[in-house]
Design a protein around this ligand. Structure first.
Ligand code: SAH
Length: 209
């Protein structure tokens, strides 16, 4: 069984590879067992390039979306990263592969999702990832400044506190919009302003709270 997961994962990586510049992102996707993050009855679809339900009305993003966001985030080992929307913890694990698990801080609104994600991350060896229950619009001030931050639920605008907690020169990625959503790729400037590039239409679950 694990053999077939591995070959399915390899095919998934080949599928998303044309959208990704940084080979390290592909290596990260190759390393994280996505099937272990999805509900047992969805494991057969774990390596299809599509979103999957993870409980509490939420979904894990399609692998290509995680890959594209990780590529845009352009983090290096040792960078400190803030994630808003832990969900099942899959995307956090991919980020952990890129920066080291102890450099990943993630905020999740749903208590049950947060607890399950924390347990799963620990079981799979990503025990350094920190998960907090709360409203991600407030970010996580205690560990700021971050080298980069990303949001995994659609937000009407880049949350001000999250922008505040990223260092000048740092990167922010978020699906922005209430109806139509756009993936916004932003860099915080030395004067605190934001320079943004739009990376196309996307569909994420809505920010809660
Ligand atoms: N990165 C996740 C994707 C989960 S979907 C993964 O790999 O599974 C988006 C997540 O954002 C959901 O778990 C949802 O509960 C969470 N979310 C929604 N609104 C939020 C808020 N205000 N603060 C923190 N998390 C929020």
């Amino acid at each position: 069984m694990s053999d077939s997961y591995e070959s399915a994962r390899r095919r998934m990586v080949e599928t998303v590879a044309p959208r990704v510049d940084d080979d390290r992102v592909l290596e990260a996707l190759e390393s994280v067992p996505r099937h272990a993050f999805v509900p047992p009855d969805r494991r057969d679809s774990a390596y299809a390039d599509c979103p999957l339900p993870i409980g509490d009305g939420q979904t894990i993003s399609a692998p290509h979306m995680v890959a594209v966001m990780a590529d845009l985030l352009a983090v290096e080992p040792g960078d400190t990263v803030l994630e808003i929307g832990t969900g099942c913890g899959y995307h956090a694990a991919v980020t952990a592969e890129l920066v080291g698990d102890e450099h990943v801080y993630s905020v999740e609104y749903g208590e049950t999702l947060a607890r399950r994600a924390r347990d799963r991350l620990t079981e799979l060896g990503y025990d350094g990832v920190s998960v907090r229950v709360g409203d991600g619009r407030e970010g996580w001030a205690e560990h700021a400044p971050y080298d980069a931050a990303y949001v995994t639920c659609a937000t009407p605008a880049l949350p001000a506190a999250v922008v505040e907690q990223v260092r000048p020169g740092g990167q922010l990625i978020a699906p922005v919009g209430t109806g139509q959503q756009t993936l916004v790729d932003a860099t915080k400037q030395a004067d605190g302003s934001i320079e943004r590039t739009e990376r196309g239409g996307v569909r994420f679950v809505r920010l809660r709270g």
